[in-house]
Design a protein around this ligand. Structure first.
Ligand code: SF4
Ligand code: SF4
Length: 380
C-alpha cells in the first residue's frame, strides 16, 4: 500500500456505507452470529454485524466468544466462503413440460439480485477468482454462475488477525487482498482504511464522508497485515508440489488418513474452490412435467465415483487421495493454479480434525527421505 491510495472513514460512520449501498439498490449481505457460528445474512443495521465477537478455530473445532472490543470484523470467517453467492448450492435449471406437439422447455434463469457482500476475506476472493476460471473461462460459460457473478459487489476486509488454521501466506492469497474487490477495508482503531478496486467501488466511496489516509495510518495498516502474515503457524511447502504428489500414489499415509476420514463431505462443502455438482431430475407423477436442478456434490461420496458399471473410487482412501492430489497437483494442470487458497476451513469443519497441511507435509517428507537416501548412496 503506498501513500495516497487509501481513504479513511471513522468506524462510527460505517452505517453510511450501508445507507449508500442500500440506496444504490444492493441487498447487503454480511457476517452475522447465528447458532454459535458466523454465517452470511442480510444486514439491515450495524447491530446485525458480529461486533465484539471473535472466532477460535482449530482442526475440528469452532467457537465464538464475546470480547470487550468494539471491532466490527473481529471474526475472521465462518463455514461459508463467497461460493454460495455465485455457485448456488441448489440451482433450478429448467422445467420441461409435455405439450400437445411434444415438449416445451422453460429456463429458470432470472436476472440476479444485486448483492453487496460486506466482509469477504482475501482468501475468499482468491477462491472466487478460481471459480471464475472454472465457470466463466474456456469454451463454455456457465450462465447461472455468470448472472449471479455480475450482480456481486465485493467489499473485502483485509485480515489483521490470523487463525491457527490459516495458511494463506504460504498460498500467496492473503492476508491482504490485492485484486478482485470493489472496496477493501482494513479495520484499525475506530477507523476504516478504504481502498478502491473498481469504478463501482469509486462511485460508492464518492458518497461517503472520507478523508485521505495519512502516511502513518497506511503504515499502521501495513504493519498489522504483515504481523498477521507472520503469525500464521501453518503453511504448505509448495516448491515440490505437484510432482511429489504424483509420485506418492502408494504411500502408506493414504491408508492412515483414509482410516480417519468419515467421508462426511464437510471439507468440500466449505471449500471456496470445490465445484463438484450433480444434476437432479424430478419428474412429476403424471409424467407431464419434470424439473432439472443442479446441486452441490462431493468427490467424497460413494456415488460420485460411479462411472457406468463401475465405481472408480470405492474406498474412502481412494477419495481422500483423489481430493488432495486434485487440489494440490492436478488442479495446476487443469487450471494453472492450486485448488487450495489456504483458508483453513476444511481443517476447522472436519469432524475428526484432519489437517490438509499436515497430510501434505507427511507426503513431502517421504520425498525428502528419498532424496537423503540417494545422497547417502552416492557417498557410499
Ligand atoms: S482445501 Fe481447505 S484450506 Fe484449501 S481452500 Fe479448500 S477449504 Fe480452504
Ligand atoms: S471433512 Fe474430514 S472426515 Fe469429512 S470428508 Fe473431509 S476429510 Fe473426511
Amino acid at each position: 500500500m503506498s501513500s495516497g491510495d487509501g481513504s479513511t472513514l471513522p468506524s462510527a460512520e460505517l452505517p453510511r456505507l450501508l445507507d449508500v449501498l442500500g440506496a444504490k439498490g444492493y441487498r447487503i449481505i454480511g457476517p452475522t452470529v447465528r447458532d454459535g457460528a458466523v454465517v452470511w445474512e442480510t444486514i439491515r443495521r450495524m447491530a446485525d454485524l458480529p461486533i465484539g465477537w471473535r472466532d477460535q478455530q482449530e482442526p475440528g473445532r469452532y467457537r465464538l466468544e464475546r470480547t470487550d472490543s468494539r471491532d466490527i470484523f473481529g471474526v475472521v470467517h465462518g463455514p461459508q466462503s463467497v461460493k454460495p453467492f455465485t455457485f448456488a448450492p441448489r440451482e433450478p435449471l429448467i422445467r420441461i413440460e409435455r405439450t400437445s406437439g411434444g415438449w416445451s422447455v422453460h429456463s429458470h434463469l432470472q436476472p440476479a439480485e444485486p448483492i453487496a457482500l460486506l466482509g469477504a476475506r482475501p482468501c475468499d476472493l482468491a477462491g472466487l477468482a478460481i471459480q471464475d476460471q472454472i465457470f466463466l473461462r474456456g469454451p463454455y460459460q456457465d450462465t447461472a454462475y455468470a448472472v449471479r457473478r455480475k450482480g456481486l459487489f465485493l467489499i473485502v476486509v483485509n485480515c489483521t488477525r490470523a487463525l491457527p488454521t490459516c495458511f494463506c501466506r504460504s498460498m500467496e492469497t492473503g492476508p491482504r487482498a490485492t485484486r478482485g474487490f470493489d472496496l477493501a477495508l482494513t479495520e484499525l482503531d475506530e477507523v476504516m482504511l478504504i481502498e478502491v478496486g473498481s469504478e463501482a467501488g469509486q462511485a460508492i466511496l464518492a458518497e461517503l464522508p472520507v478523508a485521505p489516509a495519512s502516511e502513518a495510518l497506511l503504515a499502521e495498516a501495513s504493519a498489522r497485515i504483515d504481523a498477521c502474515a507472520r503469525s500464521q503457524i501453518r503453511s504448505v511447502e509448495r516448491a515440490k508440489l505437484p510432482q511429489v504428489l504424483y509420485e506418492v500414489h502408494d504411500h502408506p499415509r493414504w491408508d492412515e488418513v483414509g482410516a480417519r476420514c468419515l467421508a462426511c463431505t464437510n471439507c468440500t462443502m466449505v471449500c471456496p474452490t470445490c465445484f463438484c455438482h450433480t444434476i437432479d431430475e424430478a419428474p412429476d407423477l403424471t409424467g407431464q412435467r419434470t424439473e432439472r436442478t443442479r446441486l452441490w456434490d462431493s468427490c467424497f461420496t460413494h456415488e460420485h465415483g460411479y462411472i457406468h458399471g463401475k465405481n472408480i473410487r470405492p474406498t474412502i482412501k481412494d477419495r481422500y487421495r483423489m481430493w488432495l492430489t486434485h487440489k494440490f497437483a492436478a488442479w495446476h494442470d487443469q487450471f494453472g493454479t492450486s485448488g487450495c487458497v489456504g483458508c483453513g476451513r476444511c481443517l476447522t469443519w472436519c469432524p475428526v480434525g484432519i489437517d490438509v497441511t499436515e497430510e501434505v507435509a507427511a507426503l513431502l517428507a517421504s520425498d525428502s527421505r528419498k532424496q537423503q537416501k540417494t545422497v547417502s548412496q552416492r557417498h557410499e
